[in-house]
Design a protein around this ligand. Sequence first.
Ligand code: SAM
Length: 277
Amino acid sequence: MDTPNVKDLIIASGFKFNKALGQNFVTDKNLLNAIVDDAHVTDADTVVEIGTGAGTLTRAIAQKAKQVISFEVDKNLAPVLDLSLKGLENVTVVFKDVLKMSGDEFEKYVSVPFKVVANLPYYVTTPMIMRFLESDLPVTSITVMVQKEVADRLVAKEGTKDYAAITLGVRMRGEARVTRTVSRQLFYPQPNVDSAVVNIKIDKNKLPDTDLKKLSSLVKCAFSMRRKMLTNNLMSGYSISREEAVEILKKADIESTVRGEALSLDDFVRILKVMEG
Ligand code: SAM
């Protein structure tokens, strides 16, 4: 069976969209194949999909991957998926909320290294990406279609308006790049925003001598009051005096008047090293 027409399937099964779950499905076959290409899926890969939806991306992945384990929170999609995934033997759909699953529970379904591929619901983008990046799960890459604005944040350069804590949260564990931008017209129903596909190549050992939890806390502190100087954020975040904060920055070779949003990942790593003595 070819990629089914999503609209026909949905009408035939009487499915009602749940806007609150970010249900904007992809209807364009070229785009579905392009996302799978951007994820570099091969027949040796186990792919985890988040949000099966009507199963169109699932089918495109299944045609390239060894196996697909696709998680979907909305059980009402079961009749649609019975039709759209018919005949695919390398697909398992699991009706669970990915954000509510522990690592142990997740490993019951996926126990080998895997790639994540997803057209993510907009409201869970950041927690979903960080859920995989911060876990001990053997995830090697994440390829996600997200709101264009979020994609801009994931790949932002320091000092730009899009540069945020999430930029560094990703950068400390891998390399992100935007592989394509996607018009809202390619979704059904159509959302109010355009999207982009982001590929994150993961290297959880990128900073082997750095405690990533502490680094994340430092970054969050630096961005907590974005327009304030880093000195002030360090003082309130770590309950230290101005002199101590200035001294830390001086030792890390950073101007005391700088804002956190101007600093690179390397700068934050240096500051953390000084703070740890
Ligand atoms: N993959 C499909 C596609 O590309 O057409 C559907 C994408 S749609 C943007 C996102 C899907 O994720 C919806 O079907 C929604 O029900 C599901 N979803 C939302 N939150 C979820 C969660 N926490 N865990 C699993 N699935 C979720």
